[in-house]
Design a binder for this molecule. Structure first.
Ligand code: AHR
Length: 506
């Protein structure tokens, strides 16, 4: 017997704006970890490698993905990294122990190669400085190297290394996950807050135009979550622009319903950090607001990772290369909806990571490159989720989940691109069995006609892509929904992510 259809509704009114989408919401992350850099973006012996050793076929998919910002070089890696090891003649660069991932770092790729590559793929680098084993001086030297025009030790060294013009890197992370006991040089909130403030103050003297991100918690489950943000921001408030949020999700055995509602957890996490930042603002009588940089987020099956302590000092080992399914793609699409819903305060976000390591793009050394199912909702949201996010106030069924309590079955948001005359709805049906009929009231947006409805959905939710079957999971074109008398009616398949594009008719 066919499952009965759920009903849900929302209203689109250009007057009810959440905020403009900062394109940096569609960032990603390249860490010296496993095969993200080596045998990922960079593989000099590959038939598709360019003169600098970077794979053209990978670069093409990165461009198509649409990632205006790329966080680099870590992650946990950065907390033991000497950036100077990665500059100058390649054959003279040292091989080092990477303490974070028990790997060998050859330093074949460093800041010069990465900054040049990032620009080639249409991105800006977002650099992290090492506040684990190093501090103020190394951070200032790196900034002088990348951003100072010329006439000083570090800027002239950059020029001698082949980059006449400064890279002019705007975004800087003050360390990485310094609250985590796994982090090299981990510290208390007060210790980190002090060091972050000192580093920020000095870096701003080198280049006052930069924007700085202070480390928030490594996850909302950390024992210090909340007090960490409050303490760090009390130390750094006037010196930084953003506080970071890191959040990873996975399906726990037998509880797909909770996994499908991961975006509810991200909503709560974001709202808690906003509340904490605004509390510090009130207590300190500050006027400016601290915004959020969700600079690590994704689906990550952490429970399948044996732990770095079991690794064996290899170059570019296969680490945390999760293979993603349709279910994972739907969750990634929903996490993007959550980020959009908070566009007023979330200005930067980085899908962690870009290639091979918990990534939308996978490669084989000497072989193929392909898109994981999660690639598609990201690419489509980055392409069409530009403009102003509107408050749509969905109503409809709710269902119980083990981890998040009662959650709405429909997750949705709308983005209006006034210039292009386009309205895009993003929607997830979290029900695994029943379709959901969505009724959107568009009377406040006269003249819109349906463009197209694309969805990630499948009879086999575990379906995935591989080198042999790279396009097993791709967006499906569903029948064009109808707009009549200012109402759009659309059917969302069970367990699906949808993008519905509407254009001004005529
Ligand atoms: O993205 C993988 C790792 O997750 C990063 O290195 C670290 O910052 C986080 O714990």
């Amino acid at each position: 017997m066919e499952e009965p259809v759920h009903q849900a509704a929302l209203t689109v009114d250009p007057a009810f704006r959440i905020g403009d989408v900062d394109p940096r919401l569609y960032g990603s992350f390249v860490e010296h970890l496993g095969r993200c850099v080596y045998d990922g973006i960079y593989e000099p012996g590959h038939p598709a490698a360019d003169a600098d050793g970077f794979r053209r076929d990978v670069a093409d998919l990165v461009r198509e993905l649409g990632v205006p910002v790329l966080r680099y070089p870590g992650g946990n890696f950065v907390s033991g990294y000497n950036w100077e090891d990665g500059i100058g003649p390649r054959d003279q660069r040292p091989r080092r122990l990477d303490l974070a991932w028990r790997s060998i770092e050859t330093n074949e790729v460093g800041v010069d190669e990465f900054a040049a590559w990032a620009r080639r793929v249409g991105s800006e680098p977002m650099m992290a400085v090492n506040l684990g084993t190093r501090g103020v001086e190394a951070a200032c030297n790196l900034l002088e190297y990348t951003n100072h025009p010329s006439g000083t030790h570090w800027s002239d060294l950059r020029r001698r290394n082949g980059a006449a013009d400064p890279y002019d890197i705007k975004l800087w992370c003050l360390g990485n996950e310094m609250d985590g006991p796994w982090q090299t040089g981990f510290s208390t909130a007060r210790e980190y807050g002090r060091l972050a403030a000192q580093t920020a103050q000095a870096m701003r003297r080198v280049d006052p135009s930069i924007e700085l991100v202070a480390c928030g918690s490594s996850g909302s489950g950390m024992p210090t979550f909340g007090t960490w943000e409050a303490t760090v921001l009390a130390e750094t408030y006037d010196l930084v622009d953003y506080v970071s949020v890191h959040s990873y999700y996975e399906e726990h055995a037998g509880d797909r319903a909770s996994f499908l509602a991961s975006a509810v957890d991200l909503d709560r996490f974001i709202e808690s950090v906003v509340a904490t930042a605004d509390h510090v603002r009130a207590v300190g009588r500050h006027t400016k607001r601290i915004n959020l940089s969700v600079d690590e987020w994704n689906v990550w099956y952490q429970s399948r990772f044996a732990g770095e302590e079991n690794l064996d000092w290899a170059r570019a080992p296969r680490l945390i290369e999760d293979t993603y399914s349709v279910v994972d793609a739907v969750v990634v699409g929903d996490l993007l909806i959550s980020l959009l819903r908070h566009a007023d305060r979330v200005k930067i976000a980085c899908l962690a990571q870009l290639v091979n390591v918990i990534a939308p793009i996978r490669t084989e050394p000497g072989g193929a490159v392909w898109r994981q199912p999660t690639y598609h909702p990201f690419a489509l949201t980055s392409r069409y989720g530009r403009g102003t996010v509107l408050r749509v106030e969905p109503t409809g069924p709710v269902h119980e989940t083990g981890r998040h309590g009662a959650v709405p079955t429909l997750s949705a948001t709308a983005v209006l691109d006034e210039e292009a005359g386009e309205l895009t709805l993003f929607a997830v049906n979290r029900d695994q069995d029943r379709p959901l009929r969505l009724d959107a009231d568009l009377r406040a947006c006269p003249g819109l006609a349906v463009g197209e409805h694309l969805a990630i959905c499948d009879e086999e939710p575990e379906a995935t892509n591989s080198a042999d079957e790279p396009d097993r999971v791709t967006p499906r074109r569903l029948p064009d929904p109808t707009v009549a008398d200012g109402r759009l009616e659309v059917l969302l398949p069970p367990l699906s992510w949808s993008v519905i594009r509407l254009r001004r008719a005529g």
